[in-house]
Design a protein around this ligand. Structure first.
Ligand SMILES: Cc1ncc(COP(=O)(O)O)c(C=O)c1O
Length: 358
């Protein structure tokens, strides 16, 4: 039996968004961030669709999946390597690990790999997650510069903590710290995620690292993708399983969270949290039925959710339902559900069938 719940991935939208990144940062090369299964869109198909200068993934496991899928492009490992075996594999496959801890340098120093390695040294400029502290950075850089099996010059990078908020002064502070500490070093430089790329031209440097914008999702809270010229790449859709009529006062679904305000039609849609739709979405979260917005009404269950069909009285079982896509950005659904678009697209489950279209 075919599955009603499907994610349609628009490859031309992915390419359009990459093009927008290139136009916005014309002097920079693009390291397309496709970790976490390309933000839930499918690692290998997305890599095949995108003509990026390099890809960035979280770890060796994701990088090896890319090679198995036939991707020969440069691949950066954002979490780097954890032991000698991983560094040896990275050298063998030509992956570029990010060095963010002094311990990783010690492992590299003890290594005699068959091939030389290209690496990136990451500075913590204020994110306080991964990165070498400012006071240790130059010594770390010198240690890498002394290694024959590390390709010179080493790349330097940092990551922004708050680039999703164009009014937050921390991004500017991080930019200045990066410049002050790495400004005289040779080698390629990289700072900007999507927020940096779209919001801070001064952060573009040699390589930009867009992730979320490639998928047509806005990196900025309260700004919709269309306002930035982005095209959502994922459409999540399902079908109406049933349309039922209930009397005023009827409580709908688990916990009876939604109570009918009048005699009214309730649509039952064949998608739930078992597919990755957020269970905590409140009543009123928009859903498209036959292209028109209707509000979620009642608690999301594992396989189904219910919608108020008063605005769509002609809707029938079998009709198309879109949970997010070009006409209903995932950003909006995320806002209602108290999360971010990143999380919603990443958490679709294996139950959802994926179709790739141009
Ligand atoms: C180090 C690094 N660079 C770039 C990105 C891409 O960020 P965004 O998806 O906000 O563009 C990420 C994602 O979290 C990251 O961890």
């Amino acid at each position: 039996m075919t599955r009603a719940t499907r994610a349609l991935i628009d490859l031309s939208a992915l390419r359009h968004n990459l093009q927008l990144a290139r136009k916005t940062a014309p002097a920079s090369r693009i390291m397309a961030v496709i970790k976490a299964n390309a933000y839930g869109h499918g690692l290998v198909p997305v890599a095949r669709a995108l003509d990026a200068d390099a890809f960035a993934v979280a770890n060796l496991h994701e990088a090896l999946q890319l090679r198995e899928g036939g991707c020969k492009a440069a691949v950066v490992l954002l979490q780097g390597c954890h032991d000698a075996d991983e560094f040896a594999l990275a050298a063998q496959y030509g992956f570029q690990p990010v060095i963010h801890q002094l311990d990783q340098i010690a492992v590299l120093e003890a290594l005699t790999p068959d091939a030389s390695l290209r690496v990136w040294l990451k500075l913590d400029t204020g994110m306080h997650r991964l990165g070498i502290a400012a006071e240790d950075f130059h010594a770390a850089h010198q240690r890498l510069a002394a290694l024959h099996h590390v390709q010179q010059p080493v790349g330097v990078m940092t990551h922004f903590a708050n680039a999703d908020d164009r009014d937050d002064p921390l991004t500017e502070t991080q930019l200045h710290r990066f410049e002050a500490i790495t400004g005289r070093l040779p080698g390629p430089r990289s700072l900007a995620n999507s927020g940096g790329l779209l919001g801070w031209p001064a952060s573009h440097a040699d390589w930009v690292r867009p992730g979320i914008m490639l998928y047509g999702i806005s990196p900025f809270g309260g700004v919709l993708p269309a306002e930035l010229g982005l095209r959502p790449a994922m459409q999540l859709r399902s079908r109406l399983l049933a349309v039922n009529y209930y009397r005023r006062g009827s409580a709908i679904g688990y916990g009876g969270r939604y109570v009918c305000e009048e005699d009214m039609p309730i649509g039952v849609v064949g998608i739930g949290y078992g597919d990755g739709y957020p269970r905590h979405a409140p009543d009123g979260t928009p859903v498209l039925v036959n292209g028109r917005r209707v509000p979620l009404a009642g608690r999301v269950s594992m396989d189904m959710l219910t919608v108020d069909l008063r605005g769509q009285p002609a809707a029938r079982a079998g009709d198309e339902v879109i949970l997010w896509g070009a006409a209903l950005p995932v950003d909006e659904v995320a806002q209602h559900a108290g999360t971010i678009g990143y999380e919603l697209v990443c958490r679709l489950t294996r139950r959802v069938a994926f179709d790739y279209v141009e």
